[in-house]
Design a protein around this ligand. Structure first.
Ligand code: GLC
Length: 668
């Protein structure tokens, strides 16, 4: 291969690139992302394989985050299931559909830990916790790669810690925070065999992650022995110039590839490395190492043996009954019941009149959420459609968008129960969608208060890519269902839960603040030297708000109730009984937390170290057990990971805010 052909393998464009076929024929392109069909892929692949001198096939990629044509719930919704099998199922089906469209690489899973819901990309990950996030990361890698599509853990690293929750903003943290919170999901992805990583946009402690030797080489290659390749994020290499660490595209390219970014997404800066090699600014061996990594990945996904895609099978692979049923099942498990006074839910299928009010009540497009690949709104089942399919033919469904509040109130007055379907339009979260307010958008709060003021029963269903500050609703609305965006089968899955065919089991993967003023707020926080005391002014709290969140990490209700009893610790195993003390079957996600009250550094009050979903019939009791792994007790010290002897606390319970407490001694 010539030097230019080698650099071509390290260059990725989109289909819109000017003269793309000619560039491919010249051997200047190694990857293309953003194609739609297998015909698009095969046309470009033929140019590479039949016209270029090296005949090396192109690696086609896309953002297949939570579905290709069959759209699954957004990742925080799937994380709300606390069921890695659901994450793996969704990824496997998404990859199967994407592979039939000629794709062999997805820029997923997004595994960024996020503790600031102002950041719109919290809608793409698994929430605030590294233990839950690691389980979801590994499951998605297994799912995508199990369908022969390379996965890509992104955005490496700490992108979710953007100051102010403002996308692309700086991140700054201790090595301990990096190691204990932001790196673990990437390590889990690497341990699960992920084929690629994507470097991020943010600067980490002043060094852009796309030129960060510490994370890209010392940790990823030196410690973790990662053998795949790293792609930059979109234009992230030339963005080293505005970051202020490079003066030219060539300087940026030298820094990026030297730090460990093997492939350059879109900005075409790696072609400047030809002169850099020839003038001795960089060694040819750095280029060769990157090319080997990319070629090994192409071999791994069968491109050299089978570069083309059978287009005849593409249409039949999409939106099959199996895929849609899976999307409905995953959506059912992703729904979180936050409140249910009365209980008002489940509703009756023979109710006389139900009003469906709000901008999301009959929306199909918003059900897809952000990053919905080739998902089509016409394939999505709206809430109204889902209800219509569920209720009796005699039930009247009234619809009001809520723009005209008086019309919405009239519908509520006419109905036996009103379903207020409120929240964000799907474009209000995702990339470049940070918000300073987390209130219900527009006039939705006024609409909600008007509906409640009718005195008729109101169920609030919220759809959003992020937590919202729904404090008024939490006080005044009898039932609240958190639905995130549930994908193609939204309406059916919601109707399954709202009318009781499915008992909701989801739990929050992220803390819901009362107000933006509390952010950052998360469960695994440090104790401080002045833990909040209501009666002591001089302790760590606010004058105008409780410290506690609106809803804690791990919170979620059921149509039945569960009781936790008899926590025991025998050796290094903690266990407890859970009984379904209600009158209907349900699933409970038991959570296991560990705390280290005294150590050589201040430790979080508790950290999630296990979870198990238990299905229980009415009255049934089961015991859940959690093995206390020694590395679960470790923390990052100046000399690396460390476990210290001493007393540890454990909790087994329904959320991070409550549970049975015990303790154990760890010897030397
Ligand atoms: C975007 C995103 C990244 C995505 C890439 C390609 O800017 O940051 O998540 O995979 O570009 O679309």
């Amino acid at each position: 291969m010539t030097l230019e052909e080698k650099l071509g393998q390290l260059t990725q464009f989109t289909p819109g690139k000017k003269d793309l076929p000619a560039l491919i024929a010249q051997g200047r392109v190694g990857s293309v992302f953003g194609t739609g069909t297998s015909d698009d892929v095969n046309a470009l692949q033929r140019v590479a394989v039949e016209q270029s001198r090296t005949k090396i096939p192109i690696l086609f990629g896309h953002d297949v985050i939570h579905g290709w044509r069959t759209i699954f719930p957004i990742p925080p919704a799937i994380a709300s299931s606390w069921d890695p099998r659901m994450a793996e199922l969704a990824a496997r089906i998404a990859a199967r559909e994407a592979r039939s469209a000629g794709l062999r690489w997805t820029f997923a899973p997004m595994v960024d830990i996020a503790r600031d819901p102002r950041w719109g990309r919290i809608a793409e990950g698994a929430g605030e916790d590294p233990f839950l996030g690691s389980a979801m990361a590994a499951a998605q890698v297994r799912g995508f790669q199990g369908s022969d599509v390379l996965a890509c853990a992104k955005h490496y690293v700490a992108y979710g810690a953007a100051e102010g929750g403002r996308d692309y903003n700086s991140t700054d943290m201790s090595e301990r925070m990096l190691r204990q919170v932001y790196l673990p999901p990437f390590k889990a992805a690497v341990d699960a065999g992920v084929g690629t990583l994507m470097s991020a946009f943010n600067a980490l402690n002043g060094v852009p992650t796309t030129a960060n030797r510490h994370t890209l080489s010392d940790i990823l290659r030196g410690e973790w022995k990662f053998e795949g390749f790293v792609v930059s994020d979109y234009d992230a290499v030339v963005q080293l110039i505005p970051h202020g660490v490079a003066a030219t595209a060539q300087e940026a390219a030298i820094k990026a590839i030297s730090a460990g970014v093997d492939m350059n997404m879109v900005d075409d800066s790696y072609i400047t490395l030809a002169e850099a090699v020839r003038s001795g600014k960089i060694s040819q061996s750095v280029i060769d190492t990157a090319v080997r990594r990319v070629l090994r990945a192409k071999i791994r996904v069968g491109l050299f043996t089978d570069p083309y895609t059978d287009s005849s099978r593409e249409a039949a692979a999409m939106l099959t009954k199996e895929n849609l049923d899976a999307a409905r099942q995953v959506a059912q498990k992703s729904i979180v019941l936050l409140k249910n006074d009365g209980p008002l839910l489940p509703l009756s299928k023979t109710a006389r009149t139900i009003a469906v009010v709000g901008p999301l009540g009959d929306s199909q497009e918003d059900m897809l959420g952000p990053w919905s690949a080739l998902g089509k709104k016409e394939d999505a089942v709206s809430v109204l459609e889902g209800l219509r399919a569920k209720v009796s033919p005699a039930t009247r469904l009234l619809k009001a968008t809520g723009e005209d509040i008086s019309a919405a109130v009239a519908a509520a007055n006419e109905a036996d129960v009103t379903l207020a379907v409120l929240g964000e339009a799907r474009g209000m979260s995702g990339e470049a969608a940070s918000r300073v307010s987390l209130d219900l958008p527009g006039s939705q709060q006024q609409l909600l208060e008007s509906l409640v003021a009718t005195g008729k029963p109101v169920v609030l269903v919220v759809m959003s890519g992020r937590p919202l500050t729904i404090g008024w609703a939490a006080e005044h609305v009898p039932s609240i269902v958190w639905a995130w965006y549930l994908g193609s089968q939204s309406g059916h899955a919601l109707a399954d839960v709202l009318f009781g065919d499915v008992n909701p089991s989801g739990k929050l993967p992220v803390t819901f603040p009362r107000s933006v003023g509390q952010i950052p707020i998360y469960h695994a926080h440090l104790r401080t030297g002045r833990p909040p005391e209501p009666d002591d002014k001089y302790t760590s709290k606010y004058l105008d708000s409780p410290n506690e969140p609106l809803f804690p990490f791990g919170f979620g209700l059921s149509y039945t109730k569960f009781a936790y009893r008899n926590l025991t610790i025998e050796g290094m195993t903690a266990s407890a009984e859970i009984q379904n003390v209600g009158d209907r079957a349900g699933e409970e996600i038991a959570q296991f937390y560990i705390g280290d009250p005294v150590a050589s550094v201040a430790r979080p009050v508790k950290e999630l170290r296990g979870f198990e979903k238990v299905a229980l019939g009415p009255g049934e009791t089961k015991r859940v057990s959690f093995t206390i792994q020694r590395d679960a007790l470790a923390f990052w010290s100046d000399s690396g990971w460390k476990v210290e002897p001493g007393t540890f606390k454990v909790w087994i319970g329904p959320s991070s805010a409550e549970g049975l407490e015990g303790s154990f001694e760890l010897g030397q």
